[in-house]
Design a protein around this ligand. Sequence first.
Ligand code: FAD
Length: 429
Amino acid sequence: MITRRNMLALGAAAFVAPLAMPNILRAQGSAGRVVIVGGGFGGATAAKYIKRRNPDIDVTLIEAQERFYTCPFSNLYLGGLREFESIGHSYEELTGEYGVNLVTALAEDVDGDAHTVTLSNGETVEYDKLILSPGIDINWGALEGYDEAAAELAPHAWKAGAQTQLLRRQLEEMEDGGLFVLSAPADPFRCPPGPYERVSLVAHYFKEHKPNSKILILDSKDAFSKQGLFTAGWQSLYGDTIEWVGLSDDGRVVRVDAEALEVETEFGMVHRANVLNVVPPQKAGFIAERAGVTNEGGWVPIKASTFESRQVADIHVIGDAAIASPMPKSGFCANTQGKVAAAAIVASLAGNEAPAASWTNTCYSLIGPDYGISVVGVYEAVDDEVVQVEGSGGVSPADADADFRLREAQYAVGWYDAIANDTWGTVPA
Ligand SMILES: Cc1cc2nc3c(=O)[nH]c(=O)nc-3n(C[C@H](O)[C@H](O)[C@H](O)COP(=O)(O)OP(=O)(O)OC[C@H]3O[C@@H](n4cnc5c(N)ncnc54)[C@H](O)[C@@H]3O)c2cc1C
């Protein structure tokens, strides 16, 4: 029986083969060609929402990995609260249900004049509109001594996958009484509360399995997201297990010796770790630079109303790679930016104005399995800049009781399931 679902699946299957054929054939009967690089929070959402708004648009998603592992909830895996596979997602809904043409390859170059993307498999794909959602790359070389080889000894685990599994193994192998050192970067970086949730859940793991172990955070900043809530939570759940050293107290790490598991701070203090987690300086995924859309800082200036690059026409950049401050670099933001960019592109291909743009963000962080906190913001585009809607948002109350914290921890799980379902159509077991 031919149902709508398997018709779409057939359409998707028929779509894969013609990639090697002249692009002009692929364009026939289409309402436009959109190519998306990156099938994470931003890119997968944009692909789905373009198809939902107009199924006649050809959407090609170029993603380097066959399966996507989320950074959100990777800290729960590190803390022993989740299995690794529970943060993995497939692209079956996008290809089967929505007819998105998935190409598993690395996008290596973009020619903004010719409107083409060159792939690692030798193919060149044409686009009318291009969306880049490549996330971050590590800014290798920005921190002395920290290169790809060093990351195999002192993992960053700031892209979920093998790095995250390596860090978990190191934590498991560490003797009780050891010191876990996390070096946190200056702004801007992916997930402002991420380092502090990470130490919280490592502290939870230590409390259960290695109670004599300690945690030191060396920070290149003097303040961090949800700071008051984190420090109160640390005190209440873990006593003096976690020590935080800010920039003014010589917290900035300037050199890493990964072989020795040592870091040196600005004023020459050397700290030796048993497990060393370096969260290094970052920049937009390399394809953004190849496309000519990055600034001198390595991030992408965009027009807020559409997330189109300010430097190259018809290239929209969403997610962590874009400069969207005051929105944080979060999966939730990437997801809502994907929807707004999708609406703008569908409108533009039909010759219409983009609808008014607004976005939301909620970042939950777990301090313990039953202790959640959150920060919320609502944003809109004003004069093509992102601004926070006056009076919107805020953080969890400082004086909330244990039941409130428990409910926020439960909402965090609900949030993860909902956003995974919205983005990839998969709800973790
Ligand atoms: C420890 C940690 C915890 C976090 N927790 C949260 C949280 O609780 N809530 C939240 O909202 N956010 C959280 N985040 C932030 C979130 O992970 C990012 O903001 C989000 O992933 C950004 O989405 P993106 O689409 O920009 O990039 P990604 O989701 O990283 O997707 C990028 C994709 O592009 C692909 N790609 C890159 N370059 C190419 C190329 N050239 N060719 C082909 N494919 C390419 C990559 O393989 C990847 O799949 C957390 C981050 C960390 C590190």
